[in-house]
Ligand binder design. Structure first.
Ligand code: NI
Length: 166
C-alpha cells in the first residue's frame, strides 16, 4: 500500500467527470487500498478517486455511525434516496482549512458495487448521509464550495465535532 497525494483546489482534475469502473481487477484493488491508507492518514471522513488524480468512480469513507467505525468502499456509487434537510458545517480534504454551512439531507441511501463488482445498498444518517452526497459530487467534478451558504472561521469549530473534512 502507498499514500497518494491529495490534490487541492485549483487542480483541474478536481473539476472533471470521473468514468465508471468496469474492471474489478488488481489495479482497482490497489487503488482502493491506497485510498484507504490515504484517508486514514488524512484524518478526514471521505475520499474520492479524483482527489488523488484518478478519474474513476471510486470512493472510500468512514461510517462513523457504526461501532467500531467501518471503512466503506464504494465503486460506481449513486445516491438513490434522501430524506430531510439540515444545515451542517462541511469541509474537504481538497480545500484545506476552509469550512462552511451547506444544506444536506439528514438521511440518504446509496447504491454501489464492492471491489469485486457485487451491488449493495447502504443507508446513512447525519454526517454519513452528508458524506455520501459530498463524495458522489466529487465524481462529477463538483466541490462543496459551490454549495456553501456561509463560511465559518475554523477557530470557531468545536474540536472533533462539526467540520470533518471530506
Ligand atoms: Ni471532498
Amino acid at each position: 500500500m502507498a499514500l497518494r497525494k491529495i490534490l487541492t483546489q485549483g487542480d483541474e482534475q478536481l473539476l472533471k467527470h470521473s468514468r465508471k469502473v468496469e474492471k474489478f481487477d488488481a489495479r482497482l484493488h490497489t487503488l482502493l487500498d491506497d485510498m484507504r491508507e490515504t484517508l486514514e492518514n488524512s484524518g478526514g471522513v471521505g475520499l474520492a478517486a479524483p482527489q488523488v488524480g484518478v478519474l474513476r468512480r471510486v470512493v472510500v469513507l468512514l461510517d462513523v455511525n457504526t461501532e467500531p467505525e467501518e471503512m466503506v468502499e464504494l465503486v460506481n456509487p449513486e445516491v438513490i434516496e434522501t430524506h430531510g434537510e439540515e444545515r451542517v458545517v462541511e469541509g474537504c480534504l481538497s480545500v484545506p482549512g476552509v469550512y462552511g454551512y451547506v444544506t444536506r439531507p439528514t438521511w440518504a441511501k446509496i447504491r454501489a458495487q464492492d471491489r469485486d463488482g457485487n451491488w449493495f445498498e447502504r443507508e446513512g444518517e447525519g454526517i454519513v448521509a452528508q458524506c455520501f452526497c459530498h463524495e458522489t459530487e466529487h465524481l462529477d467534478g463538483h466541490l462543496f464550495t459551490e454549495k456553501v451558504e456561509e463560511y465559518v472561521d475554523p477557530e470557531d469549530l468545536q474540536q472533533g465535532g462539526e467540520g470533518d473534512a471530506e
